[in-house]
Design a protein around this ligand. Structure first.
Ligand code: GLN
Length: 294
């Protein structure tokens, strides 16, 4: 077979990925080839005129074919960046989305406000932790906090624990298996949290039907489907929150872009919070709702 340069291989792959309907085909081609060559994307750019060894090209073609058939790039490479760090992902967990980083940003603002008013050593709970990106990132960013993380899936918790190990955060996080706040009830009584974060499954039945094929076939439906109206996770969480509050308190949840009103209504109905606010993601869509008790 004719040898190709890195650049030529990228262009061919990009053409095929685009034909298969993959968005950002050139970027995805680069991520896959960088993974095969064990380089970062800058190193890949610097080697564009080099010849690609046949063995590497064969592996690359195979990965591009898997991507063309719909497998998400993050599952092919086995990792995804979140808040500047690489996290392991596989089919046991949802692939972290960049918009979820807004939960981290809002949590850091809250931690800063607490610090400024003399409150330290926050206790933080992540409900539905999945790959553990929120729990691990918060453990690393808020170094004096005590972190608890819950997931009903033991397989997801295995991935989350590996991510904590990779990031040397294992000793900072207590992992619990179970359904949202029920998981805490079974282990300790009288436990309060200053901050509860969650990216619960929030897609409704119609969203599930209309999911892109790559998500539908590969990502765990249990991490996406939030009941017929998509709001079941919020209802379950908010129902139990009153028993787990330590002030100052914030609940910070990710929402679907059309759920601001409904989630706000569920929070208001709890008659607990002094302030409820929604923040947009980088695309300008409503993405994170925050409820506060001072
Ligand atoms: N943002 C995800 C998606 O649109 C859904 C994540 C969730 O349900 N929490 O695929």
């Amino acid at each position: 077979m004719l040898s190709l340069t890195v650049d030529e291989a990228l262009q061919r792959a990009s053409f095929n990925l685009k034909k298969a309907g993959v968005e950002d085909a050139p970027v995805e081609a680069e991520i896959l080839l960088a993974y095969v060559l064990k380089k970062n994307r800058l190193q890949l750019h610097l080697s564009k005129q080099e010849l690609l060894p046949c063995s590497a090209h064969d592996i690359f073609l195979d990965l591009v074919e898997r991507r063309c058939k719909g497998e998400p790039t993050a599952y092919i490479t086995g990792h995804k960046y979140f808040y500047g760090r690489a996290f392991r992902v596989d089919r046991r967990v949802l692939i972290p989305r960049p918009e979820t980083e807004l939960i981290v940003e809002r949590s850091l603002c809250f931690a800063e406000e607490c610090k400024n008013s003399g409150v330290a050593n926050l206790s933080i709970l992540d409900l539905g932790t999945g790959s553990g990106v929120l729990a691990v990132t918060l453990a690393l960013e808020i170094t004096d906090a005590e972190i608890w993380a819950v997931d009903f899936s033991p397989e997801a918790l295995e991935v989350a624990r590996l991510n904590a190990d990779d990031n040397k955060a294992t000793k900072r996080i207590a992992w619990l298996e179970g359904d949202y706040l029920h998981a805490i009830e079974g282990v300790v009584s009288g436990k309060g949290f200053n901050l509860i974060v969650s990216n619960p499954p929030y897609l409704n039945s119609k969203d599930m039907e209309n999911l892109p094929q790559g998500i539908k076939e590969y990502e765990p439906a249990s991490a996406l489907y939030g009941g017929p109206d998509g709001l079941e996770g919020y209802r379950q969480i908010i129902k139990k929150v009153p028993s787990f509050i330590k002030t100052p308190f914030k609940l910070i949840v990710e929402i679907g872009s059309s759920q601001e009103e409904e989630v706000t209504r569920i929070l208001e109905a709890a008659s607990l919070f002094s302030e409820i606010k929604c923040y947009p993601d980088l695309a300008g869509l409503p993405r994170v709702v925050e409820a506060h008790i001072s």
